[in-house]
Ligand binder design. Structure first.
Ligand SMILES: Cc1cc2nc3c(=O)[nH]c(=O)nc-3n(C[C@H](O)[C@H](O)[C@H](O)COP(=O)(O)OP(=O)(O)OC[C@H]3O[C@@H](n4cnc5c(N)ncnc54)[C@H](O)[C@@H]3O)c2cc1C
Ligand SMILES: *[C@@H]1O[C@H](CO)[C@@H](O)[C@H](O)[C@H]1NC(C)=O
Ligand SMILES: *[C@@H]1O[C@H](CO)[C@@H](O)[C@H](O)[C@H]1NC(C)=O
Ligand SMILES: *[C@@H]1O[C@H](CO)[C@@H](O)[C@H](O)[C@H]1NC(C)=O
Ligand SMILES: *[C@@H]1O[C@H](CO)[C@@H](O)[C@H](O)[C@H]1NC(C)=O
Ligand SMILES: *[C@@H]1O[C@H](CO)[C@@H](O)[C@H](O)[C@H]1NC(C)=O
Ligand SMILES: *[C@@H]1O[C@H](CO)[C@@H](O)[C@H](O)[C@H]1NC(C)=O
Ligand SMILES: *[C@@H]1O[C@H](CO)[C@@H](O)[C@H](O)[C@H]1NC(C)=O
Length: 532
C-alpha cells in the first residue's frame, strides 16, 4: 500500500511539473524530449500477445517497431501443423467462451476463420459456466463400460463443488488453502454415505476428474492451485470451438498488416539493459538496449516482454539488468506455471461410435483421498483422464487426442515416440477390453516443458500467490519518473482474469500497447499546452 501511494504521488508530481518547467534542458523535460521523436518499441516474442501488441501500436502510428522472436516462427504456444487435408493444433485448440466479449472470437469471426455453426447465436449463448461436458463413453480399467447415470451423478456433484470453490468468501479464506484440498474435503464428507458397492468407482471417477482439472489448470496437482483467488478467473459464455484452418491462421491474420521485416526470427533475446543511456546509430540516446544471443543489439525507448512465465522463472535473474524489483521477482517465483501436453494418435479405423466425442478412463482402485505411490515408468499413463475425438475426420482422418499434466507429463517428454506409442496401445487395449485393438498408425505428442522458449504450458495462481501477483507481474518498470515504462510485460500470465488463455494473452498485448499509446498522447498534449 505504501508503495502504491508513493508511486501515485510521484506520477502526479512529474505530470504537474511538466507544463510549467521552463524549456531548455532536455533531460529535465523528459516529456518533450520523448515526444519530439517517434518512440522505438521492441517486442520480445511473437506469440499472440506480441503480435497483438505490435498490431495495436502499428495501427496507432508507432512505426519504429520490431518483434524479436527466438524461434523460426510466429505463434508461440499457438502452433498448427498441416495434417492430411487439414490441420492439427499442438498448442491452443479451442476458443474458450466464443461470444461477443471474447476478442479472439471477435477477430476469428471478422477474419472468417470459423465454421458457420460456430457463428450461430445459439452457440454464443450457451452458458457452460464451468460445467464439464459429459464424456460420451466411460471405460474402467477392467475394460468395462460404466453406467452413464452413475457417471452423470458424480460429474454433477464434482461440478457443483468446483463451482463452490470459485465462490468462497474472500474474508474467510485461508490463503494456504487449495482447490484440491477444498474438493477433497467435500469428497471426504460424502464418501461415508456411499454404498460400498459403488464407492470405489465413484472415488476413481473423481480421481480422473481431478486429473482432467490438472490439464485445464496446467498443474501437477490441484493441491497447488490457490483456492482464495480461484474465482477471479472469468469464464465467458459460448460453446468452445476450433479453427478449421488451425489456430495459427488467427496469428497470421493479426500479423498481416505489419511490414514484412517487423518480426525478426531466430533472434533470441539474452538480456535487456534498462535505466541506461545507450547511443543508437541515429546518435540519439535511448534508455534501453536489448542484446541477443547472436551478438546483435537493439536500442529502444520501450521493450514489451511477452515471453512465458516459464521463461521468466528460468531466466529472471539474468534477463534484466538492473534486475527487476524484489516484488516483481517474487511474483514470478510465486505464480504457478505447469505442464499440459497432448498425445495425438491416428487410427486406420475408428474403434469408437460415429457420434462419440470423448472417451473417459476410470482407474479402479485410485482415489483422491489416498496418495498414490508412483512408479513413473509403469504408472505415468494413469494421469490420463481420457480422449477427445478430433473434429473433421474427413480432412484429418480418425484422430484421438489426449491431455496429460504435471510430473507424469514431463516424464512422458523423456520417452521415445515408440515407447509412448506402445504404452498408449496397451492402455487402450486394457480399457476397451479388446486385446487385439490395432495400434495407432501415427502418433504425435508435444513436449511443452522441454521447449527451450516456453518451458511449460500455461500459468495458474498457485498456493502462496494471489491475483495481486498477476497485477504486479504486469507492472512496467519503472512505473514513474522521467522515463517510465522502459520495460513492459504482457503475455497470458499477466492477465488477472483470463490467464492461461489465448484471449488473455491477446488482451495483455493490447493493454501494454495502449499504455504506450496513452503515454505519448499525454506527452503530445503537454507539449501542445506548453507551446501556448
Ligand atoms: C498444450 C496447450 C494447449 C492449450 N490450449 C488452449 C486452448 O484450447 N485455448 C486457449 O485459449 N489457450 C490454450 N492454451 C494456452 C495458449 O496457447 C497461451 O495462453 C497463449 O498462446 C500464450 O500466448 P503468449 O503470447 O502469452 O505466449 P507465447 O505464445 O509463449 O509467446 C511467447 C513467444 O516468446 C518467444 N520467446 C521466448 N523466449 C524468448 C527470448 N529469449 N527471445 C525472443 N523470443 C522469445 C517464444 O518463442 C514465443 O514465440 C494452450 C497451451 C498449451 C501449451
Ligand atoms: C531460423 O532457423 C531455422 C533453423 O535453423 C531455419 O530453418 C529457418 O530458416 C530460420 N528462419 C529464419 C527466418 O531465419
Ligand atoms: C468395471 O466396471 C464393471 C461394470 O460396471 C464392474 O462390473 C467391474 O467390477 C468394474 N471393475 C472394477 C475393478 O471395479
Ligand atoms: C444419482 O443421484 C440421485 C440423488 O441425487 C440418487 O437418488 C441416485 O440413486 C443416483 N444414481 C446413481 C446411479 O448413483
Ligand atoms: C456464492 O456464495 C454466496 C454467499 O456465500 C451464495 O449466496 C451464492 O448462492 C453462491 N453462488 C453460487 C453460484 O454458488
Ligand atoms: C511481404 O511478403 C509477401 C510474401 O512473402 C509479399 O507478397 C509482400 O509483397 C511483402 N510485403 C511487403 C510490404 O514487403
Ligand atoms: C537507475 O539509475 C539511477 C541513476 O543512475 C539510479 O539512481 C537508480 O538507482 C537506477 N535504478 C535502478 C532500478 O537500478
Ligand atoms: C498537438 O498539436 C498538433 C499540431 O498542432 C496536433 O496535430 C495534435 O493533434 C495535438 N495533439 C494533441 C494530443 O492534442
Amino acid at each position: 500500500m505504501m508503495m502504491l501511494w508513493a508511486r501515485l504521488l510521484l506520477t502526479l508530481l512529474s505530470l504537474s511539473l511538466l507544463p510549467t518547467t521552463s524549456c531548455g534542458d532536455m533531460e529535465s523535460l523528459p516529456g518533450k524530449y520523448e515526444a519530439r521523436r517517434p518512440p522505438t518499441v521492441i517486442i520480445v516474442g511473437s506469440g499472440i500477445s506480441g503480435v497483438s501488441a505490435a498490431h495495436r501500436l502499428y495501427t496507432n502510428g508507432f512505426q519504429r517497431l520490431r518483434v524479436l522472436e527466438a524461434t523460426g516462427r510466429s505463434g508461440g504456444r499457438i502452433r498448427s501443423q498441416a495434417y492430411g487435408k487439414g490441420f492439427i493444433d499442438l498448442g491452443a485448440q479451442w476458443i474458450h467462451g466464443p461470444s461477443p466479449d471474447n476478442p479472439v472470437y471477435q477477430l476469428a469471426s471478422q477474419y472468417s476463420l470459423l465454421d458457420p455453426d460456430a457463428l450461430t447465436k445459439e452457440n454464443q449463448d450457451v452458458e457452460v459456466d464451468g460445467h464439464l461436458p459429459l464424456f460420451s463413453i466411460t471405460y474402467n480399467s477392467s475394460g468395462k463400460r460404466i453406467s452413464q447415470t452413475l457417471v452423470a451423478n458424480i460429474t454433477e456433484l464434482y461440478s457443483s463443488w468446483l463451482k463452490q470453490s470459485q465462490n468462497v468468501s474472500k474474508e474467510q479464506c485461508d490463503p494456504k488453502s487449495s482447490v484440491g484440498g477444498f474438493i477433497k474435503q467435500k469428497i471426504a464428507g460424502k464418501v461415508k454415505a456411499w454404498d460400498t458397492a459403488t464407492a470405489d468407482t465413484k472415488l476413481a471417477l473423481l480421481h480422473g476428474l481431478l486429473n482432467l482439472e490438472c490439464c485445464i489448470s496446467g498443474t501437477h496437482s490441484m493441491d497447488y492451485v490457490a483456492l482464495c483467488p480461484y474465482g477471479e478467473y472469468r469464464m465467458l459464455p459460448g460453446l468452445d470451438c476450433t479453427f478449421p484452418g488451425g489456430y495459427e491462421s488467427l496469428v497470421n491474420q493479426i500479423k498481416s498488416p505489419l511490414p514484412n521485416d517487423t518480426v525478426l526470427f531466430n533472434k533470441t533475446v539474452k538480456t535487456i539493459q534498462w535505466n541506461g543511456t545507450f547511443q543508437g546509430s541515429d546518435s540519439r540516446i535511448y534508455p534501453v538496449q536489448v542484446q541477443c544471443e547472436d551478438g546483435d543489439t537493439f536500442v529502444a525507448d520501450h521493450v514489451i516482454v511477452t515471453v512465458s512465465l516459464g521463461i521468466l522463472k528460468e531466466r529472471a535473474s539474468s534477463f534484466l539488468s538492473p534486475p527487476l524489483p524484489v516484488h516483481k521477482t517474487q511474483a514470478i517465483q510465486n505464480l504457478g506455471f505447469g505442464t499440459n501436453n497432448k498425445i495425438i494418435m491416428e487410427f486406420k479405423e475408428p474403434f469408437w461410435d460415429p457420434d462419440c466425442r470423448t472417451i473417459q478412463l476410470v482407474w479402479e482402485g485410485e482415489s483422491p483421498l489416498t496418495e498414490p505411490k508412483i512408479n513413473m515408468k509403469q504408472d505415468w499413463v494413469k494421469k490420463i483422464p481420457g480422449f477427445v475425438v478430433l473434429e473433421r475426420p474427413e480432412k484429418i482422418g480418425h484422430l484421438l487426442c489426449t491431455f496429460i499434466a504435471g510430473d507424469e507429463s514431463e516424464y512422458m517428454e523423456t520417452l521415445t515416440d515408440d515407447e509412448v506409442l506402445s504404452s498408449m496401445t496397451a492402455l487402450l487395449r486394457q480399457f476397451t477390453g479388446n486385446p487385439n485393438l490395432p495400434p495407432p498408425i501415427r502418433l504425435i505428442r508435444t513436449r511443452w516443458s522441454s521447449e527451450p522458449y516456453t518451458r511449460g504450458s500455461y500459468s495458474h495462481v498457485a498456493v502462496g500467490s494471489s491475483g495481486r501477483d498477476v497485477d504486479i507481474l504486469a507492472e512496467p518498470v519503472p512505473n514513474y519518473g522521467a522515463k517510465p515504462f522502459q520495460v513492459l510485460f504482457a503475455g497470458e500470465a499477466t492477465h488477472r482474469t483470463f490467464y492461461s488463455t489465448t484471449h488473455g494473452a491477446l488482451l495483455s498485448g493490447r493493454r501494454e500497447a495502449e499504455r504506450l499509446i496513452a503515454r505519448y498522447q499525454e506527452l503530445d498534449e503537454l507539449h501542445n499546452k506548453s507551446k501556448l
